[in-house]
Design a protein. Structure first.
Ligand SMILES: *Cc1c(COP(=O)(O)O)cnc(C)c1O
Length: 433
């Protein structure tokens, strides 16, 4: 006899097989394929608030949050109403709309010294365009990136670092020209000396330094005290454009992003995820003298047929307005802190070695002895153990990211009861490891 669970698994297996016949790996973004945790990806049918439902009708408390955008939860009534309204007015015009100005005002109003912002359709486009602008403004080609930071699938950023700071970079994927990858230098996260040495050695070649001010794509790794301040100083000395990639942290860790939380102002910032409220939006912005070099005011070309898309702008505006209500970030902080404390307690009770990093509503519990401060220490995590934990949580109705090196995202829709249920599931799943 088939159990209900078996038949649900059969549904997933069938959907996955059908997808694989027509889509490479059955997915439109590789990490969705569960390669890091094994098993069959779950196909999602719908979601509401903090909950997500798969195509077999099973429900989960969701901490993936579409990898970050869903900070007000899924299907917030105000976001849904705005989208329905806009669908009736028109979904794309290829002309300016007031909606773009409205969202831009909100961004520039919250992020100090972001004078102007240009909307694009993804985080990748935002970082790619910011780097182009930095190169155009400085007349230099070199880029310094930080190990473990992810900035989308931009060609010149898909490089694997050698062990030494000065090692010439080689492409991390076929399809990226060696010549392009060779323009990128990679330094470890939280390492000021490496940046100082790299910029001193390649004087006059480096256009920009790009990093996540709080790393989220090797799991959550906060900057050491003084790190961002030092980067600000060194880049200024060398005339290097400092780019904060706040695609994940923007409007999540603070209304004004990580740069406001830490009080360090970059030259350019990249946004995405939360800014689109679950629709495809990215943005790059910063000082007017730099942004005025973007076409049509300036010579640095960058364009997009669907950029500033009206549906996406409406979702972004509603989301940012919901986040502007009093006490929102305080409540996010409270529920995230409760979740983090509960997870640490559960791991200790189960005798599982874990190290929890959290900034606001983004957190990662590394299966490693801490502290996790950079890519090397994150890499020491027991990923096989994470895979077992991930599946243990999924079986108990909790949806996490299918990789150790990702953040869990808490939304304003996560109730105390849902967090308690998550902690009960975690205690059981950890005890089972
Ligand atoms: C998600 C992410 C990106 C890429 O955004 P896409 O919309 O997936 O292209 C870039 N930078 C950071 C920090 C991200 O978290």
């Amino acid at each position: 006899m088939k159990s209900a669970k078996e038949s649900a698994d059969d549904v997933m297996a069938r959907l996955y097989e059908q997808a694989r016949a027509v889509i490479p790996g059955g997915v439109d973004s590789p990490v969705r394929a569960f390669r890091a945790v094994g098993g069959t990806p779950i196909f999602i049918d719908g979601a509401s608030g903090a909950r997500i439902r798969d195509a077999a009708g099973r429900e989960y408390v969701d901490y993936l949050g579409s990898w970050g955008p869903m900070i007000v939860g899924h299907c917030h009534p105000r976001v849904v109403a705005a989208l329905r309204d806009q669908a009736g007015r028109g979904t794309s015009f290829g002309t300016p709309t007031e909606l773009e100005t409205e969202l831009a005002r909100r961004v520039c109003g919250r992020v100090p010294r972001c004078d102007k912002v240009r909307f694009v359709s993804s985080g990748t486009e935002a970082t790619m365009s910011a780097i182009r602008l930095a190169r155009g403004a400085t007349g230099r080609d070199g880029v310094v990136k930080v190990e473990g930071c992810y900035h989308g699938h931009v060609d010149s950023l898909l490089v694997r670092a050698g062990s030494g700071v000065m090692t010439l970079s080689i492409p991390g994927t076929p399809g990226v020209p060696t010549a392009l990858a060779g323009l990128t230098r990679v330094v470890p996260f939280n390492d000021v000396d490496a940046v100082r040495e790299t910029l001193a050695a390649s004087r006059g070649e480096i256009a920009c330094l790009i990093l996540e001010p709080i790393a989220g794509n090797m799991g959550v790794v906060p900057p050491r005290s003084g790190y961002l301040e030092a980067l600000r100083e060194i880049t200024r000395e060398h005339g290097v454009v400092l780019i904060f990639d706040e695609v994940m942290t923007g409007f999540r860790v603070h209304p004004g992003g990580a740069q406001t939380l830490f009080g360090v102002t970059p030259d350019l910032s990249c946004f995405g995820k939360v800014i689109g409220g679950g629709l495809p939006v990215g943005a790059y912005g910063g000082r007017a003298d730099l942004m005025d070099r973007v076409a049509p005011d300036g010579p640095v070309y960058q364009a997009g047929t669907l950029s500033g898309n009206p549906l996406a702008m409406r979702a972004g505006i509603e989301t940012l307005d919901l986040l502007a209500a009093p006490g929102v970030y305080e409540r996010l902080e409270e529920s995230s802190a409760r979740l983090a404390a509960g997870l640490e307690k559960a791991a200790a009770a189960a005798g599982v070695t874990a190290s929890l990093n959290r900034v606001g509503s983004m957190l990662t519990s590394f299966f490693a002895a801490g502290p996790v401060t950079d890519f090397a220490s994150a890499s020491r995590s027991d990923t096989a153990r994470y895979a077992r934990f991930f599946h243990g949580m999924l079986e108990r109705g909790v949806h996490l990211a299918p990789s150790q090196f990702e953040a869990a995202f808490v939304s304003t829709a996560h109730s105390e009861a849902e967090i308690d249920a998550t902690l009960a599931a975690a205690s059981a799943a950890l005890a089972d490891l």
